[in-house]
Design a binder for this molecule. Structure first.
Ligand code: ADP
Length: 448
C-alpha cells in the first residue's frame, strides 16, 4: 500500500526527523501531541495535528486508544512510532494492524521476541550469533543463581528480561551479595516494566558497545548498513556515537555483516533494526536487538549517503530493497553528540525556557532538533533535545569539525551537555579511540 498520510506517534526531534522524510516523499503528516506540547515544533511543521492527552506520556504519547482514534479521524494509513514510547510495544503494533493501519516497523511477533531479552538471546543463539555467557533463561531460585554465577565467575550482571534504557541492571561482585542484588533488580524491574523476571550474565570488564544497523524488506532480503561504536556511555546511556567503529578491521566487519545478514534473513526480519553486541578481545557477544529506528541512526546516514527513514517508509509500503549489499559503500567518518538538557557536571535535568538559540553550520554539519528560541523544554519527557552530527573524510577531521560546531552552537537559558562534549573532543582517549563502555564514568570521576 502506498502511503498518502502517516501519523507520527512521537514528539521532539525524532518526530521532526520523520516528518522531513515524509515531506520529501510527498506523504502528508499528522502530528499528535500532549496538552503542553501544543506549540512544539513537530506540531507546527505537520500538515495536521491532534491532541491525544495531558502532559503525562502514559496518557498521551502512549495512549493507544487516542492514537488509533487520531488515525481514524485523520484518515492516516500508517503509524510511525519513532523510538521510545510505543515503538517496541507488540500489543500496540498488533492493535494498529487489527485496525487496518500499517505499523511502520517489524511484525508484532518479531517485536515481542526481541523485546524479551531472554527470548532475544535464545533466538540470537539459534540464529548462529554468540551471546554473553550466563543463565539460559530467567532464574527461578537463588540456588540456580549461585550455581550459574559460580560457573561463569564473578562479577556477574543481573538484568531484567523486560529491561530497557539501562534500567533493571545490577552488578554483583561476590556471592554474599547475590541475594540482595537479585531482589533489588527484580523490584526495580517490577516497578519500571511490570515484570520482575531477571537473568544473569557474565559482567564483561571493559568491552566496547558495537551495534549493527540492518534493514529488511518484505521479500526476505536484508542489508547490513555497517556498524556504530556507542561505547561512550554514562549509566548505560549513550552520549557520543560514531560510524564506522574505529577499531574494527575490514575482515572483522565483513564477517559480522555476513553473519548478521544470514541470521536476519532466516529470521525474516522486516524494517529497520539494530543488533547490539559487546566486543571484547576480538569476540562479539550479542546483548539485544532494537526493533525500531535508533537515536544514533544519523551517523550511518552520513557515511552511506542514505536516508534511513525514507528506506524504512519504502519497505513498510511493500517496496523491495533497491540496493544490494555490494552497492553499499561507506565513505568517511561520522560522529554524533547527544545534546541533553542536563547539567554537564552532575547530569541533573535542566528543563526551562530557551532564551537564545543559534545552530552551527558550515560543511557536513547536521543538527537534528526541535528547538527554537523562546521554546520551553518541558520536564515531562526525555532530556535529549538535540543531536549534533558531523561528517569528515577522516576521523581526525571529523573530531576537529565537531569541536568547531560545538563552539558555534548557542543554547541559552538552560544547561546542556555541550561543555562536556567540548572536553571530550580534546581527550586523548577519544582522539585515539581507546575508550570502552566504562571509560566515560571513570573519566568523569577523575580516574583517567
Ligand atoms: P538496555 O536495553 O537497558 O539499554 P542493554 O542490554 O542494551 O540494556 O545494555 C546496555 C548497556 O549496559 C550496554 O551498552 C553495556 O554498556 C552495559 N552492559 C550490558 N550487558 C553487559 C555485560 N554483560 N557486561 C558489561 N556491561 C554490560
Amino acid at each position: 500500500m502506498l502511503f498518502e498520510k502517516v501519523l507520527i506517534a512521537n514528539r521532539g526531534e525524532i518526530a521532526v526527523r520523520i516528518q522531513r522524510a515524509c515531506k520529501e516523499m510527498g506523504i502528508k503528516t499528522v502530528a499528535v501531541h500532549s496538552v503542553i506540547d501544543r506549540d512544539a515544533m513537530h506540531v507546527r511543521l505537520a500538515d495536521e495535528s491532534v491532541c491525544v492527552g495531558p502532559a503525562s506520556s502514559k496518557l498521551s504519547y502512549m495512549n493507544m486508544g487516542a492514537l488509533l482514534s487520531a488515525c481514524e479521524l485523520t484518515g492516516a494509513q500508517a503509524i510511525h512510532p519513532g523510538f521510545g514510547f510505543l515503538s517496541e510495544n507488540a500489543t500496540f503494533a498488533q492493535a494498529v494492524q487489527d485496525h487496518g493501519i500499517v505499523f511502520i516497523g517489524p511484525t508484532p511477533e518479531h517485536i515481542r521476541v526481541m523485546g524479551d531479552k531472554v527470548e532475544a538471546k535464545k533466538t540470537a543463539l539459534s540464529l548462529g550469533l554468540q551471546t554473553v555467557p550466563g543463565s539460559e533463561g530467567e532464574i527461578s531460585t537463588l540456588e540456580e543463581a549461585h550455581s550459574i554465577s559460580d560457573k561463569i565467575g564473578y562479577p556477574v550482571l543481573i538484568k531484567a528480561s523486560a529491561g530497557g534504557g539501562g534500567r533493571g541492571m545490577r552488578v554483583c561482585h561476590n556471592p554474599c551479595d547475590l541475594k540482595e542484588h537479585i531482589e533489588h533488580a527484580s523490584a526495580e524491574a517490577q516497578s519500571c516494566f511490570g515484570h520482575s523476571g531477571v537473568y544473569i550474565e557474565k559482567f564483561l570488564a571493559c568491552p566496547r558497545h558495537i551495534e549493527f544497523q540492518i534493514l529488511g524488506d518484505h521479500f526476505r532480503r536484508v542489508l547490513c548498513l555497517g556498524e556504530r561504536d556507542c561505547s561512550v556511555q554514562r549509566r548505560h546511556q549513550k552520549i557520543w556515537e560514531e560510524a564506522l567503529c574505529p577499531v574494527l578491521t575490514p575482515s572483522q566487519r565483513n564477517q559480522m555483516y555476513t553473519k548478521i545478514i544470514h541470521a536476519m534473513e532466516r529470521f525474516g526480519y522486516q524494517g529497520l533494526g539494530t543488533l547490539e553486541f559487546l566486543y571484547e578481545d576480538g569476540n562479539f557477544y550479542f546483548i539485544e536487538m532494537n526493533t525500531r529506528v535508533q537515536v544514533e541512526h544519523p551517523v550511518t546516514e552520513m557515511i552511506y549517503g542514505l536516508d534511513l527513514i525514507r528506506l524504512q517508509l519504502q519497505v513498510a509500503q511493500g517496496i523491495p530493497l533497491s540496493y544490494t549489499q555490494d552497492d553499499l559503500r561507506p565513505f568517511g567518518h561520522a560522529i554524533e553528540c547527544r545534546i541533553n538538557a542536563e547539567d554537564p557536571e552532575n547530569f541533573c535535568p535542566s528543563p526551562g525556557k530557551i532564551s537564545a538559540y543559534a545552530v552551527p553550520g558550515g560543511p557536513f554539519v547536521r543538527v537534528d532538533s526541535a528547538l527554537f528560541s523562546g521554546y520551553t523544554v518541558p520536564s515531562n519527557y526525555d532530556s535529549l533535545i538535540s543531536k549534533l552530527v558531523v561528517w569528515g573524510i577522516t576521523r581526525e577531521e571529523c573530531i576537529a569539525r565537531m569541536r568547531r560546531a560545538l563552539h558555534e552552537y548557542v543554547i541559552s537559558g538552560i544547561r546542556t551537555l555541550i561543555p562536556l562534549h567540548l572536553r571530550l573532543c580534546d581527550e586523548p582517549d577519544i582522539q585515539n579511540a581507546t575508550y570502552h563502555i566504562k571509560w566515560l564514568e571513570s573519566y568523569l570521576s577523575g580516574q583517567n
